[in-house]
Design a protein around this ligand. Sequence first.
Ligand SMILES: [Zn+2]
Length: 460
Amino acid sequence: MPLNTRIFTSNSVLLPENDSPVPATIVVDALTGKIIDLQHGLAQRAQFPGITDSEWFDADDHLILPGLVDAHVHLNEPGRTDWEGFWTGTRAAASGGVTTLIDMPLNSIPPTTTVNNFEQKKHAARGQCWTDVGFWGGVIPGNQAHLRPLVEARVKGFKCFLIESGVEEFPCVAEADLRDAMKELEGSTTVLCFHAELETGLPDDHEHSSANATLYETFLHSRPQSLETAAIELITRLHAEHPTLRLHIVHLSASNALPLIRAARSSGLPLTVETCFHYLTLDATSIPNGRPEFKCCPPIREAANRDELWDALKKGDIDCVVSDHSPCVAELKNLDEGDVMNAWGGISTLGLGLSLLWTEGRKRGVSVRDIVRWCCEETAKHAGLQNSKGALRVGMDADLIVWDPEAEVKVTKESLNFKNKLTPYEGLSLKGRVLKTFLRGNLVYDSVTGFEEKPIGQLL
Ligand SMILES: [Zn+2]
């Protein structure tokens, strides 16, 4: 055994080759933070002569899972740090068992659309991250010359909008811009991600301008499923012209788009799809009116739509589940007026995703294995991190969590670690508590003692 070994052992460890947790022992090299050995069964301490108490961690019957990789997070720093920031956002993530997150290119100022802007982002992040953090770049009209340099600078891929993004420094792209960007990126292993809503024809605003802006229904009506299907029609049409480029649909909400996705995938196109915790756990008919905390784009739809998303996820037509944590300051949520139509669209979720998915999923026959596939393995693959993140395997980073699936957690303002304590989940009781979060073999968060002294997250 090399010096500085750390041992993690439990009766329930979720290993990549098993459908359910098994007794296992994970041996970590504390210097590199990598898993160097994995033994089935519980090791005895006598097997590791010289090991100290602080190097031996026995989780008893609690589950050991790989840390979550949340591939869709808006941390908004620099520029809109009062909305969220690296410090608070990554603390919220770590407390919910996320060990890697990938930051979206927009809502910070500047957006991550050039290498220079990317440098500013990394500068802002350094020394502030409680999880590992990777970055998406952005595609906006006219920045195609910056795309290859951003790939070289190691962004994990790119995001673009087909509809107004909500912030002026990140305009949406038209078909011609997309053709330029796709030509530029063809031949690379990067991935181009789409906010897939597209307005075709004239918006029917006039019809609803008199509608009550505090009703959730008014908002839902303004973002019908057809916006998503129109966008995905365009995406799959362009994909057929660039069939080697990896494309990805972020936050799918409309189940009507699933046949288009299935057709594209069965024709062999490398198209992946994510959905979010909120589309799987909330439904439009139970959203109270006058509550902009529930507003996001695309919107949360009816229960039947939610059921179809679950089916697609179970069948593998949707690959992964992410938070799309997209907070803002309270003033922009128009809480006093309950003005859903004019409030900022975005839901704050960081730290709650695992419990949300487990609470709803267990009623639907979902296993811990499924959750690990959707929130660890597939999200790591999506961000190109499958060789270091998302699974407990020799050679991978020892990013792991100790989790009690039976514990009940009540969502209160005090329990939230993100900056602006506004979330549609406040007041809920959820199943499953993260007891400890380890990043590269080091304790980061403990549900009893809180956070460690210093953040050790790295920029990926
Ligand atoms: Zn987003």
